[in-house]
Design a protein around this ligand. Structure first.
Ligand SMILES: [Fe+2]
Ligand SMILES: [Fe+2]
Length: 475
């Protein structure tokens, strides 16, 4: 498939000009999108030229072009990975049959719901992060924030294309509604809980891109297996962009740890108060942020037992992570999976039909991936001779969705009474004082190559540019 035609109003590789009705409908949606970007997108960024990557092809090598772009002039486009005429359904009841190029009538409502739920998260995160540009710790970080934001905007475009192209009037109405719901809104909030939480400071931003964008990776990976081929091809290309978002989170937290460890060694102290006085974030606070973002994010995978999950899988709408690499029968009718349950105040494992537990399967895949990265964070501490180790809390900690909602569990997995929880909550989740302290460190650093005191510079710049490159021209 060739490069993307940027002379069109909406850059695309889906031959949009060959379908005038669709093109007109999307060109009608476009000004509403731009209005949303101005109202709800990155605050006070309208005049900035930012060193951004723009997708110019869907080929794995050289798909992106880097250049300074005026933010509202970013070219949001519609790109699907190439169609492979040989693709067959490789899981569920239709295994071995041709994949669908149109949405089958009997699965329309479920497919639409899946696409709307995914689509809703994309603009939500832009809204959650819209104030962060005002307190960026460096130009390098500011650029990364904007890169994530424009690509989440593009992911919205990706889902809106599917709604317009395959779901008729209902799809167009859903596309409009994606611009009408807003993160944290009383009247019309975003669909999923984590996307209505605030991202008030840069530590929260790194945690969000580490944990919550990784939820995106796993959801998109499961959808990339779909028998609805346009959805599979769309999400496959979105995953290319998602990798950078998780890099921003993982490297961001690493740099915070690097700086804190450095000051711990300089001052020869582990005392959170002394470290805070020195203007860095103590490791206990970082752990509490991890506990919060981890628990809120694993809720996004949904109820541990779900008949919808079984239907989505059996009918070929949504696969498992790396479905193609698994060696079972890809039907799962005779398989079981272990999920947690509370019996007489104790957590215990029970076996349930695997088809009903596919949310839990995906959550566990996510957890494995997450834990590996936390191990890399601990390496940063280890290298600096710091004994403290970060962990992720128990799966049942602070849950709001599924069987584990409504019970109180410590980070180590001990089931607690309400009183025990209340007595320790402040040690486990960020307190208003934590948030206030982290907030107090957030000041804007704009000089190229300079970094806020609480975070170390990155090892290398973006696209082999130096760290002190002018990533943002403020004009
Ligand atoms: Fe996204
Ligand atoms: Fe993302």
């Amino acid at each position: 498939m060739s490069g993307i035609n940027y002379s069109e109003k909406i850059p695309n590789n889906v031959n949009l000009s060959g379908d005038r009705t669709l093109q007109r409908a999307l060109e009608h949606w476009q000004p509403n999108y731009l209005q949303w970007w101005r109202d709800m997108g990155p605050e006070a960024s309208q005049n900035f030229d930012v060193y951004l990557r723009t997708a110019v092809s869907v080929q794995p090598d050289g798909w992106a072009n880097f250049d300074h772009v005026k933010m509202p002039d970013y070219r949001w486009g519609i790109f699907l990975a190439p169609q492979d005429g040989l693709r067959k359904a490789h899981f569920g009841e239709n295994i071995g049959r041709d994949v669908w190029q149109e949405a089958p009538g009997e699965h329309r409502a479920n497919l639409r719901r899946i696409i709307v739920t995914q689509g809703d998260t994309e603009p939500a995160s832009v809204e959650q992060q819209r104030h962060l540009g005002l307190t960026a710790p460096s130009q390098y970080d500011l650029r990364n924030l904007f890169q994530v934001n424009v690509e989440e905007g593009r992911h919205l475009w990706a889902m809106v294309y599917l709604l317009h192209r395959y779901f008729g009037r209902d799809g167009r109405e859903e596309a409009d509604a994606l611009l009408q719901r807003n993160s944290g809104s009383e009247d019309s909030p975003r669909i999923l809980g984590a996307f209505n939480e605030k991202t008030p400071d840069w530590l929260a931003f790194y945690m969000f891109t580490y944990f919550t964008d990784r939820d995106g990776k796993f959801q998109l990976s499961a959808l990339a297996e779909s028998q609805f081929d346009p959805l599979a091809r769309t999400t496959k290309f979105m995953l290319t962009e998602e990798a950078h978002h998780m890099f921003v989170g993982e490297s961001g937290v690493s740099r915070v740890l690097q700086r804190t460890a450095q000051v711990m060694n300089e001052l020869k102290t582990e005392d959170p108060g002394s470290l805070r006085a020195a203007g860095v974030i103590d490791l206990q606070t970082i752990q509490r942020y991890i506990n919060f973002h981890y628990s809120v994010t694993i809720d996004l995978f949904g109820a541990d037992q779900s008949s919808n999950a079984a239907i989505f899988y059996s009918s070929g709408l949504k696969g498992r992570y790396e479905e193609g690499k698994r060696t079972d029968d890809h039907q799962l009718k005779n398989d079981t999976y272990r999920v947690l349950e509370v019996v007489n105040g104790e957590l215990r494992e029970i076996e349930v039909p695997m088809l009903n537990a596919l949310n839990e399967v995906l959550r566990d895949d996510f957890i494995r991936d997450t834990v590996a990265g936390v191990g890399r964070w601990n390496k940063v501490l280890e290298k600096q001779g710091i004994a403290f180790r970060l962990t992720v809390p128990h799966k049942a900690f602070n849950r709001k969705i599924g069987t584990l909602a409504g019970i109180r569990v410590a980070p180590d997995g001990t089931v607690l009474s309400e009183e025990q929880w209340k007595a320790n909550e402040n040690a486990w989740l960020p307190t208003p004082e934590d948030r206030e302290f982290v907030g107090s460190l957030m000041g804007r650093v704009v000089e190229p190559g300079k970094f806020a005191n609480w975070i170390a510079p990155p090892a290398i710049g973006i696209n082999r540019q130096p760290v002190n490159f002018e990533y943002v021209r403020f004009n």
